[in-house]
Design a protein around this ligand. Structure first.
Ligand SMILES: Cc1cc2nc3c(=O)[nH]c(=O)nc-3n(C[C@H](O)[C@H](O)[C@H](O)COP(=O)(O)OP(=O)(O)OC[C@H]3O[C@@H](n4cnc5c(N)ncnc54)[C@H](O)[C@@H]3O)c2cc1C
Length: 417
């Protein structure tokens, strides 16, 4: 079924009786060419591009819960390409270009909104760092505009510009940055993969790997054994646990990241605003809620919920930046599990076990990477070679120290810096 404005109109007249399920609910088959473990954004986009770009359709995505129930449906939806270091910058630039045509590609409304992102700075030194970053972005072909204090005031008049500790000096404006509807991205890729013949199998937990010699032969699941020529692990916050089932120890720590949303308000925040010095960022959803978040909770955990000290820290930062927010009431808070690498950059690579591939380490920035990651992981699984824009996301950089890319210089322990 193709979606269109006309279709919605016709269905409205027919009492919405003609809509069909968006994907099938198949039982697992005994064998696949490729098994993808994890039905989050990255797993679903990988399956989609395996089918679309490489013609590999004998594929199953195994998800232990329901599609989109992990971090892909829990994030604060920011999409951007404002990285500076080679290795990251070309990857996120590629991913943003895929976002820009995603809705027509998937025939699905993912509500991608390029409303612009502004990173604030509060000192001369920080301005220099943002000038460097902005120049790198422009040289790569992306967009960045340096705003002085009055330029920021024009766009974000509700900020406290004269806060005694963090007076606003200016901001780096990234007009093509913005937001998207997080779970719609998962559903859109799921629908696209299903239409190309991929089996999406929910409530199917992978509990082990069948490895003979040094080659993967399949997986053990809560719904029985499934043979596979190739297996891709794409389980985000659970990467360490799942890789351990194959005897692999990853350079990953899992941490909780919390998010907050207020009651719906009239439009007030028209951009994504990032207040790095206060570990705080905010945007407004299309329903009107102010969506905001801050730093990781200060301990490693697999619990998808956070604690009050971080909630207090985030509220303090919010009040510091924009005291007007004190009038809004927080409606909901939640947490997700972040797979943090020591250099804050991801891994898309083969493992030492033949036929077993891994895509992980997205830290707190993996939502905007969903299209690019699926594109590059599918390329690696299909061809055996890394895609050029993800060539530096190697596992062995943590062994040799060569090629480490730490955009923030803080690794997984932000609170220690
Ligand atoms: C509060 C919060 C805010 C964030 N904000 C942003 C943001 O603004 N911008 C941004 O770019 N990123 C953001 N992120 C990060 C982003 O959401 C993640 O990096 C990204 O979603 C992770 O990839 P994924 O979608 O594939 O993960 P997930 O959706 O977590 O998918 C992994 C899936 O694997 C499944 N799984 C795990 N173990 C098994 C198993 N044994 N067998 C089968 N399936 C298994 C899980 O159930 C899960 O569905 C944020 C995250 C959080 C929590």
């Amino acid at each position: 079924m193709r979606y269109s404005g006309l279709r919605i109109f016709v269905e409205g007249l027919r009492g919405n009786t003609g809509w069909k399920p968006v994907w099938r609910e198949p039982d697992p088959r005994p064998e696949y060419d490729v098994v993808i473990v994890g039905g989050g954004g990255h797993g679903l986009s990988t399956a989609y591009y395996l089918a679309k770009n490489h013609g590999i359709t004998n594929v199953a995505v195994l998800e232990k819960g329901y599609l989109g129930g992990g971090s892909v449906g829990r994030n604060t939806t920011i999409v951007r390409a404002n990285y500076r270091l080679p290795g990251n910058s070309e990857f996120y630039s590629h991913s943003l270009k895929l976002w820009e045509s995603l809705e027509s590609e998937l025939n699905y409304n993912v509500m991608h909104s390029q409303r612009g992102l502004i990173n604030l700075f509060h000192s001369d030194g920080q301005r220099d760092a943002f000038v460097y970053r902005g120049n790198s972005m422009v040289n790569r072909g992306d967009d960045a505009i340096l705003l002085d204090r009055e330029g920021v005031r024009e766009q974000l008049p509700y900020l406290d510009f004269d806060n005694i500790r963090f007076p606003v000096y200016g901001g780096l404006y990234h007009p093509r940055g913005g937001t998207a509807r997080h779970d719609a991205v998962a559903w859109g890729y799921a629908r696209g993969a299903d239409r190309r013949g991929v089996d999406l199998i929910q409530n199917c937990e992978v509990t082990g790997f069948d490895i003979e010699g040094c080659r993967v032969r399949g997986v053990q699941t809560s719904r029985g054994a499934i043979r596979a020529k190739k297996v891709g692990i794409v389980v985000a916050g659970r990467s360490g646990q799942v890789a351990a089932m194959a005897g692999l120890k990853l350079p990953i720590e899992s941490h909780v990241l919390q998010a907050f949303v207020t009651e719906g308000l009239k439009p007030v925040i028209h951009h994504v605003v990032s207040f790095g010095m206060g570990h705080f960022y905010i945007s407004q959803s299309d329903k009107g809620g102010l969506v905001f978040g801050g730093d990781l909770d200060f301990y490693a955990s697999y619990a998808a919920r956070g604690n009050l000290p971080m909630a207090e820290h985030v509220m303090e930062a919010a009040m510091t930046l924009m005291p007007v927010i004190g009038q809004a009431r927080v409606l909901r808070t939640w947490g997700g599990i972040m797979d943090m690498t020591p250099d804050g950059s991801p891994i898309i690579d083969k493992t030492p076990i033949e036929g077993l591939f891994i895509d992980c380490g997205w830290c707190y920035g993996g939502f905007k990477a969903v299209p690019g990651s699926g594109w590059c992981f599918a390329h690696l699984i299909a061809t055996g070679n890394p895609h050029p824009v993800a060539a530096r996301y190697r596992l062995d950089r943590f062994l040799t120290g060569r090629g480490l890319m730490d955009e923030e210089g803080t690794g997984s322990q932000h609170n220690l810096h």
